[in-house]
Structures are given as structure tokens and as C-alpha cells.
Ligand binder design. Structure first.
Ligand SMILES: CSCCC(=O)C(=O)COP(=O)(O)O
Ligand SMILES: [Mg+2]
Length: 228
């Protein structure tokens, strides 16, 4: 069995509950997005992402209000748009820093990340959430500030999570052979793509999900069940 030297983990459904993202983060961004665009819409970074969103939808000449409506619809659909995720991250910053919420972590995750790091493993995140949003997520988590444990973050600017090439790029960026990296996710298509790139995989099936008799990937109910 190859030695695992690095762990790359997804967030939603893996370290943290889907309901925290859908019931806390998304409504927070939905409520504040129109005012945020109103107040910050002329800054270069926000302008850039509004333009990218409009381009993605094929409405580059559209008035700003139409782009806002588009983004609100995308939040409702949980569209994994890089532009939307970048804007959401900027909006969530206020929520974390103002103490409106802390990021949910499943109960064993914080201790397990500490243990893996103490064993010398390098820990990385790969999520559809933007890198700045990921940094906030682990800094302001229910398990305390976990950001010092993390060696790096990847988002969909590296590539889509269901494509083999994204994992090849991440392995190269980490500087490890793919076989020494364990990717953890709740989404089987992401795990298939990671395996095709040569990474080891772990499928998180959090309760009430049951582990099938013959899972397509090594399957675990939580991080404590993972044997390296
Ligand atoms: C870290 S930002 C909040 C999560 C988010 O917006 C998201 O889309 C999570 O997707 P994941 O790839 O972590 O399943
Ligand atoms: Mg996920």
C-alpha cells in the first residue's frame, strides 16, 4: 500500500454539512447580494466577477440589475460558477468577521485534521467555494481556527471538480506523486475523476446515508473511520 503524504479534502458534505452551506451561507449571500453589488460594484474585483458572470450567461451587455437577478437565480440553483463563488466569498466575509455564524465542522473533523498534521501529513482543500471563502471557512470554524493546519487551497479556478485534469494540476501544484495523495469527497463523480488522475480516494457517506455493500470507492461514515 502506498504511503499517504497529503490529504486533499472537499468541504460541503465531507468536512461540513450540506445544510450549513444551503441554509445559512446561501440565504445570507442571497439577502445581501443586491446591496453588496450596489456598494462595491465599482471596485475592479467586483466588476471583474460581474463581467465573468455575465459572460458565462452570454449577457455581457445586460444592465447590472439583470446580472444581479441572474446571480440570485444561480444561488437558488446552487450553480458552481466560479464568478458567483468569488462574489459569495466577499459577502460571507462580513458574516464571519461580524460573528453572524461560524462554519460547521462535523464533530471529529477538527481533531482529525490536528492528528493528521501532527503525523506529518500535508492538508489541502479543494472546493467549489472560492479560495478566499475557503480561508474564511476554516479560520472561523466551529472547531476553532483550523487555517494553520492547512498547506493550501484549490477552487474551480484550477478546474472543474469532476475533471481528471483538475486533480493532475493539483498533484503537480502540491508536488507529490498522485498516488501519495488521498482525496476525500461525498460526490462519487469527483472521486472518479481523482482516481483517474491516480489519486487515492475516500468516499464520505455521512449519516443518514448508508455505506453500500460494494462501494465504488473506499467508503467511510466519518473521518475517524479512515485508515491510512
Ligand atoms: C467554502 S465556501 C462554501 C461552500 C460552497 O459554496 C460550495 O459550493 C461547496 O462546494 P464543495 O465543492 O465543497 O462541495
Ligand atoms: Mg462536496
Amino acid at each position: 500500500m502506498t504511503v499517504i503524504r497529503a490529504i486533499l479534502t472537499d468541504i460541503e458534505g465531507t468536512t461540513s454539512s450540506i445544510s450549513f452551506v444551503k441554509d445559512v451561507l446561501f440565504p445570507y449571500a442571497h439577502k445581501r447580494l443586491p446591496a453588496f453589488v450596489e456598494t462595491h460594484g465599482d471596485t475592479p474585483e467586483v466588476q471583474h466577477w460581474l463581467h465573468e458572470a455575465a459572460k458565462e450567461a452570454g449577457i455581457v451587455e445586460a444592465p447590472r440589475q439583470e446580472v444581479i437577478e441572474l446571480l440570485l437565480g444561480w444561488i437558488d440553483q446552487d450553480r458552481k460558477s466560479t464568478a458567483l463563488k468569488a462574489l459569495q466569498g466577499m459577502i460571507w466575509k462580513d458574516g464571519y468577521e461580524g460573528g453572524d455564524f461560524r462554519a460547521h465542522m462535523y464533530p471529529e473533523v477538527g481533531a482529525k485534521l490536528h492528528a493528521w498534521r501532527a503525523d506529518g501529513l500535508h492538508l489541502y482543500i479543494y472546493s467549489s467555494g472560492s479560495v478566499p471563502a475557503q480561508k474564511l471557512f476554516f479560520r472561523y470554524s466551529e472547531a476553532g481556527d483550523l487555517s494553520p493546519l492547512l498547506s493550501g487551497y484549490f477552487d474551480t479556478e484550477t478546474g472543474p471538480k469532476r475533471e481528471q485534469a483538475s486533480y493532475e494540476k493539483i498533484a503537480a501544484a502540491i508536488g507529490e506523486q498522485p498516488g501519495h495523495i488521498l482525496f476525500l469527497s461525498d460526490i462519487v463523480e469527483e472521486l472518479d475523476a481523482a482516481r483517474a488522475a491516480g489519486l487515492r480516494t475516500g468516499w464520505l457517506l455521512r449519516a443518514p446515508l448508508a455505506i453500500p455493500d460494494m462501494p465504488r470507492h473506499p467508503a467511510y461514515a466519518d473521518f475517524d473511520a479512515i485508515v491510512l
